[in-house]
Every structure is written in C-alpha cells, then in structure tokens.
Design a protein around this ligand. Structure first.
Ligand code: DND
Ligand code: ATP
Ligand code: MG
Length: 273
C-alpha cells in the first residue's frame, strides 16, 4: 500500500479489522452514552429512504430504547424532508416501518428552497448559469434540511445525527454545512460495504441495503446514482479504504477528489492555521 493511501485510511479512522456485530453494538452504546452524558433528550435524524440514514436510525432508536429502559427520558425523532414529492418515497416509508421511530415529523423543504433561490437570484440572475443552476439548487435543498433538523433539535433539547462515513468523507461527497453539518456521526470510519454489513446485523432488508446510493439532489436527474457523479464505484472506494490496490485511473480520481475537498473536512480556515 502506498503512503498516501495509508495516511488517508488513518485520517478517516478506517480500522484494519471489522466485525459487523461488534460495530453495531459499539456504536449503539456510543450513542446511548453520548445522549445521557450530554443531558440531551432527543436524537434528530432525516430519513431519506437510503441505507445510511436507515442504519443510523436503527442505531439511534436502539440507543434511546435502552436509555428509556434504564430510566432516562428520551426520544428518537425521525424526520422526512422531501423536496415536494420524492421519487423513492416508498423506500422512505419502508425504512420508517423498520425503524418504528418514537416520533415522526415531515417537513417539505421545497417552499423554503425555492424561496431562497429566487431571492438570491433577484439581484443577480446572471450568476446562475442554466447548466449549473440545478446543482446549486441541490445544495440549497441539503442546507434547508439541515435548518429543519436544527430547528427540531433546538425545540426538543436534541442532538442532530449526521450520516457521513469514510466513503463519503473520502470523496468529500456532501454539502458543506448541509448534510455535512451535524453534531454526531455514528457511522464514522466505516466504508460503504461496512455500513451495509452493520445494517444487515440491525435487521435491514436487502432491498434497502443494496439499493443504489443516491444523493438525489438534482431536480432534473432524480435518483442519480452517486457513482455517476464520482466516476468511480463504491467497490473501488471501499477497496481503497481497506488498503487494497485499485486501478490507477480510479486511484487518481479518488486522490484528486480527496485533496480538493480537504476544506470540507476541516474547521474554517483562519490566519492562525
Ligand atoms: N479551498 C477552499 N477553502 C475553503 N472553502 C472552500 C474552498 N473551495 C470551496 N470552498 C467552499 O465550499 C463550497 C463548495 O462546497 P459545497 O457547497 O459542499 O458544494 P460542492 O462540493 O460543489 O457540491 C456538493 C457535492 O456533494 C454532493 N452531495 C451533497 C449532499 C448530499 C450528498 C449525498 O450523498 O447525500 C452528496 C453533491 O451531489 C455535490 O456533488 C464553495 O461554495 C465555497 O464556499
Ligand atoms: N429526502 C430526504 N428526507 C430526509 N432526509 C434526507 C433526505 N435526503 C437526504 N437526507 C438526509 O441527508 C443524509 C445524506 O444523504 P445520503 O444520500 O448520503 O444518505 P442516504 O440517503 O441515507 O443513503 P445513500 O447514500 O445510500 O443514498 C441522509 O442520510 C439523510 O439523513
Ligand atoms: Mg441518499
């Protein structure tokens, strides 16, 4: 393995050994301990219909059930955050049926997203070229979802769960201060196949575990696979994170993305850096 690859694996906290049962338990205990220690009363998490939010939700729901059993008053709040009507709404409903959250809320992010874009465009419509407008609009959707989750956390003495893991962190594939903004990351250090393995242990069905991952942010390309945007596959990303060799084109693409997105994994830059 080359030096840069091993440095990245270390930076992103990907363990050499992995056992899904052990990880599921360790991460449930971690969520339970953190909520109790912080004195907070809810975990708040957006449920998209994808496997990252389903896995995080199953961990969080298990953690709060344990805490309540031990006498600590707390709740898991699942939040549906569609932009209008979502193409894979049925998957989101299937996920909720498995999670059985203590509380379910739905916030349509379309009115706030469209109002924000239209206000921003009012003074300078020329800034948004036609080709990229849908892309920028997608990042505003992700940030409106963040605002909704923080509003709920603020009102419930809650903690916002993020679903970022090592595969997305490697590629910088999240919206800065959108889905990239959260208080706690229960999937940290896992590549995508390890997230799937933990999901399996927690009882998720194969139909959701092996669903094609999608950020689903572009209105003009619903359910666009993440792998289309990456130009590499999750298998290649996962192999890279497990220290395995990947072909040179994929390796170059991964390293280019990783370097270009360093600012998204760090605190804001200051003159003291
Ligand atoms: N060198 C630098 N130092 C400090 N800050 C820098 C910077 N370069 C850009 N920036 C700042 O970062 C901004 C760009 O970052 P950002 O706004 O995140 O935008 P960007 O990285 O361009 O786009 C987000 C990407 O993440 C994907 N995504 C988003 C949300 C969810 C998921 C998912 O998997 O669910 C995926 C999305 O499809 C897209 O490909 C710039 O506008 C600028 O403000
Ligand atoms: N439509 C949505 N409703 C609620 N939450 C959402 C929605 N879209 C995105 N999110 C939140 O943003 C997070 C990031 O999205 P991302 O696509 O990376 O994860 P995922 O959809 O759970 O899994 P996958 O990556 O396999 O699609 C989600 O885990 C979820 O918490
Ligand atoms: Mg998704």
């Amino acid at each position: 393995m080359q030096d840069e690859q091993s440095a990245i694996i270390e930076e992103l906290g990907v363990a050499a050994q992995f056992d899904a049962v052990t990880e599921a338990e360790r991460r449930t205990v971690f969520l339970a301990d953190y909520l109790r220690t912080s004195g907070a009363r809810t975990y708040v998490l957006g449920i998209s219909g994808g496997i990252d939010s389903l896995t995080s939700a199953l961990l969080a729901q298990a953690a709060v059930r344990r805490l309540r059993h031990s006498g600590y008053d707390c709740e898991f709040v699942a939040v549906r955050l569609p932009y209008g009507v979502q193409a894979d709404e049925a998957d989101a409903q299937a996920a909720l049926a498995i999670i059985r959250p203590d509380r379910l809320m739905t916030v349509n992010v379309k009115p706030a997203t469209d109002a924000m874009i239209s206000e921003v465009k009012r003074d300078a419509p020329e800034l948004f070229d036609r080709e990229r407008e849908d892309f920028h609009h997608g990042n505003v959707k992700a940030r409106e979802r963040m605002i909704a989750q923080y509003a709920i956390a603020g009102a419930t003495h809650g903690i916002v769960i993020g679903t970022d893991h090592a595969a997305e962190a490697l590629m910088g594939f999240f919206t800065k201060f959108g889905d990239g903004a959260s208080d706690i990351l229960p999937l940290a250090g896992l590549n995508k196949r390890r997230v799937r393995a933990v999901a399996k242990v927690l009882g998720a069905p194969d139909s959701l575990i092996f669903k094609v991952p999608t950020a689903d942010l572009e209105t003009n390309a619903p359910l666009r696979p993440d792998e289309d945007a990456y130009g590499v596959t999750y298998d290649q990303i996962d192999d890279f994170l497990e220290g395995k060799p990947v072909d040179e084109t994929a390796r170059d693409r991964i390293l280019t993305k990783f370097r270009a997105t360093a600012h998204k994994r760090a605190l804001p830059v200051t003159p003291l850096d």
